[in-house]
Write a protein that binds this ligand. Structure first.
Ligand code: HEM
Length: 392
């Protein structure tokens, strides 16, 4: 049995030990962990292994309201044609977002955050940079204007508490209120679009949704799922890439000397310390895997955290190496199959742009302490850590 305590203490060593023993292991928190890269990919594509609908909020006593509707009406937790309809409007509307604009926006957000902290010579990385960059980037895409910005930033942070590995009942109540606020805010914004007919992401998604006959409330929950998908994961990934590169100073110097290495550095950090630990699924019918049977209706965690260090796929998997040449073309950190991240290009643009701003503006950036990444089922949360720089 894979225990929560050993996973909290040392997830990578624990998973490596289990990978040697078996392809699947029972998990103390419920269900099983699937450990190998090939099995994680093949079960992601298997129609008998399905998204979990409203099971998660209901297991925590939430049976109605906006927090419940995120799961009831959002794409990530839906299956079949319902999932496809919701996803296709988001992916078509995202195609209308110019990635060059996203990059410019991330660059300016990151530059501004550096400017604010610069004279102080140091900052706590997670709260000052990693929290803010993804939320402010999404605020730009969704056209959240200045007077609404701080409220938006606060509510997005509060919403994320429900998904944190150690969330309490008080966190859930705060998340619940934040979900209602965001639903009402975007419903209001949609009503305004009809009046002003602006051309932006929200207008694009509205046009797509009308073509698919999706109700406005349903569109709002796709946007809230984009917010959820696009904040916690990016926050952890920004923290991972900076802290890993600063721990491997020679690789940080290589980046400074040659910024064309930035995309490879981002990919390797996503592999080594992924922002999402796994894909949570349920079996709709019994599934046979290497001679073992996963019974129907059991919880299955397809552990990308384990798969991304699978020694059958990666040479020296426990070595952080931005020069490695064995990353599969489709990076498993973004999942696989029908639910594969709908915004992977967007996420990469964010991570790459932010990293290149740091390495060029603050080449002498120093890591003051090493973060720990908590969470081994779904979202991973970095602990606070400080970075410092000398002013030239
Ligand atoms: C480093 C950053 C990111 C990582 C590691 C990541 C990872 C993932 C993964 C693993 C999935 C599949 C989950 C599953 O199958 O259960 C997923 C889905 C999704 N992601 Fe991302 N993601 C990132 C950034 C983003 C961003 C920036 C957005 C939005 C702007 C986003 C929006 C979504 C949405 C809406 C889904 C659901 C797709 C569906 O169900 O069809 N993600 N992401």
């Amino acid at each position: 049995m894979l225990t929560i305590a050993e996973m909290n203490a040392n997830p990578h060593t624990t998973l490596a030990r289990w990978r040697k023993e078996a392809p699947v292991v029972d998990y103390e928190g419920g269900g099983v962990f699937v450990l190998g890269h090939e099995d994680v990919v093949s079960l992601s594509l298997d129609p008998r292994v399905v998204a979990t609908g409203t099971a998660l909020p209901e297991s925590r006593g939430i049976t109605s309201g906006a927090l419940h509707d995120i799961f009831k009406l959002g794409m990530l937790t839906a299956n079949g044609s319902e999932h496809q309809g919701r996803r296709s409007i988001v992916s078509r509307a995202l195609a209308s977002v110019l990635i060059g604009d996203v990059r410019r926006n991330v660059r300016s957000v990151t530059e501004n955050l550096i400017d604010v902290a610069y004279e102080g010579g140091s900052a706590e990385f997670v709260s000052h940079f990693a929290n803010q960059i993804p939320i402010l980037t999404l605020a730009g895409v969704f056209g959240v204007e200045e007077p609404d910005r701080q409220g938006f930033v606060n509510r997005v942070e509060e919403l994320g508490r429900f998904f944190a590995p150690s969330s309490t009942d008080a966190d859930i109540a705060i998340s619940f209120a934040a979900a209602e606020y965001l639903r009402d805010y975007f419903e209001f914004r949609f009503r305004k679009i009809t009046e002003s007919k602006k051309s932006d992401f929200l207008s694009a998604i509205r046009v797509e949704a009308e073509a698919e006959r999706l109700a406005p409330t349903e569109i709002v929950f796709q946007i809230i799922q984009m917010i959820l998908g696009g904040t916690e994961s990016v926050r952890a990934s920004l923290s991972a890439q900076i802290s890993l590169l600063l721990q491997h100073r020679n690789q940080w110097h290589s980046l400074y000397a040659d910024t064309s290495l930035v995309p490879a550095a981002v990919s390797e950090a996503l592999r080594y310390e992924p922002g999402i630990a796994g894909l949570v699924r349920a079996t709709a019918e019994p599934v046979e895997l290497h001679g073992a049977t996963l019974p129907a209706n059991s919880l299955v965690i397809l552990s990308t955290l384990s798969a991304l260090r699978d020694e059958r796929v990666f040479k020296r998997p426990n070595v952080f190496d931005i020069h490695r040449d064995d990353l599969p073309r489709l990076h498993l950190v973004f999942g696989a199959g029908a639910h594969r991240c709908v915004a992977d290009h967007f996420a990469r643009a964010e991570l790459e742009e932010a990293l290149s701003v740091f390495v060029t503006r603050l080449p002498n950036l120093k890591l003051e302490d090493i973060p720990i990444f908590n969470g081994h089922v779904f979202i991973r949360t970095p602990s606070s850590f400080c970075v410092s720089w000398s002013r030239n």
